[in-house]
Write a protein that binds this ligand. Structure first.
Ligand code: SF4
Length: 213
């Protein structure tokens, strides 16, 4: 089954998702860092706390006391590690770009990606989420749901992040909105049907799926 066909089927089934759930590009960055190894509900609590404490901007997070930040983002879990990462990323951005995220995001994708990947704690999934949803540039985000869907549907047995990203980008039109929606739809599929133990009965991809139970 072609990737574009899968996209259309998921879009018809779930409708548009309008990701990322954030008010600003900076909130996307914060959310992408906090969402590692936790649920979105917990991330929302941590972001609300940041907002209530007037910390939801680059300069405040670059200067905040680390212990205070740990307390504020505690609902997101792994708060020692995440506070350090969040502060580190904001310090870097503030030092090099001030509050001007547009300046950072004006770079071509390969340069922006390399720069973000060099920051402590930012792996490819987090960086590509930031590029796709905060910088609004077309790069395909791979996560555990994408990998699982690709393998179960028999699309490809490629497993490495970069191999899968290139595969998706090669077989889809280079279209920002499509990339943004498709990733969100794959997450919906993974949460609702293509779970560790799949619920194939109601899955919109069931007829073409090799793994279907
Ligand atoms: S049919 Fe089952 S295994 Fe295949 S994509 Fe749907 S939920 Fe996953």
């Amino acid at each position: 089954m072609a990737l574009l066909q899968i996209y259309k089927r998921l879009l018809k089934h779930f409708g548009r998702q309008y990701w990322w759930p954030a008010d600003t590009s900076f909130e996307v960055i914060v959310g992408a860092i906090l969402t590692q190894q936790t649920t979105w509900k917990n991330v929302e609590k941590a972001i609300d706390n940041l907002r209530e404490n007037d910390l939801l901007d680059v300069s405040s997070l670059a200067r905040v006391n680390l212990r205070r930040l740990e307390k504020v983002i505690r609902p997101a879990g792994y708060f020692h590690q995440k506070a350090e990462r969040l502060k580190g990323v904001c310090k870097y951005i503030y030092k090099n770009y001030g509050d001007d995220l547009d300046k950072l995001f004006s770079k071509p994708i390969p340069n922006l990606r390399e720069e973000l990947l060099s920051l402590n704690g930012l792996g490819p999934e987090t960086v590509d989420s930031i590029i796709l949803y905060a910088a609004n540039k077309p790069i395909f985000v791979i996560d555990a749901y994408t990998r699982r869907m690709a393998h179960r549907l028999g699309i490809t047995d490629l497993d490495q992040y970069e191999d899968l990203r290139k595969y998706f980008e090669k077989h889809l039109p280079n279209d920002l909105e499509l990339y943004q929606e498709f990733h969100a739809l794959i997450v919906e599929l993974g949460k609702n049907y293509c779970k560790t133990k799949p619920n194939c009965f109601l899955c919109p991809l069931r007829k073409e799926c090799q793994f279907s139970q």
